[in-house]
Design a protein around this ligand. Sequence first.
Ligand code: GLN
Length: 242
Amino acid sequence: MSQNSLRVVWVYPDLLSTYGDQGNVLVLERRARQRRLDVQRLDVRSDQQIPTSGDIYLIGGGEDRPQRLAAERLRRDGGLNRAVANGAIVFSVCAGYQILGHEFINDLGQREQGLGLLDVISTRGEGERCVGDVLGDIDPQLGLPPLTGFENHQGITHLGPTARPFARVRYGKGNGTGDGTEGAFNDTVFGTYMHGPVMARNPHIADLLLKLALDVNALPPVDDRWYEALRNERIAAATQSA
Ligand code: GLN
């Protein structure tokens, strides 16, 4: 942690915040405060500079045009790449995930350069959009319970050799390549297709980011009853709609 307070940066809420992804910031802040951590939240709009001194950066999903604008501005800004070079943690969802890769197909049907922070490439799926509840198993290396989320994307993401799949789906499409993978991560940079918001359904992901930021192996437990109720409901929905 860079200062006494944990700095959480919510990247471009004006462009990338579909399907309630802002809930990720709320859950992360709340779980940090429940552990009596001092949290400073910075919402950085797309006409502002990305600070490089953040501890955790969150990026949400977006429609195709805002996704292109966000990618252009993030490339020009360069702050997110510098922050990651300094060891910052990034957690991205859907359009945000695609932007962190090497390239994706933009709203004009052209290949758009990403930030190259994850070794992934996104193309456009030829078939139906991937829409629905997802249930998966997160990479055992991360030590987290099953993943529940909601997906809605046309893009398909292919992992390169240095990206590990974030999860493997039991129900749902995930990266959409048919290999059962969902999302990707490498060191402190994470990407997923899961909305929900994903941290409301999987608060242990928020805890994982906090542990990485604090460089600790465990956090004091907090009451997870409401999260558990939501998890159970959505896991049942994924199982039933399959
Ligand atoms: N535009 C992207 C896609 O459809 C991302 C959509 C989203 O963020 N929900 O693949």
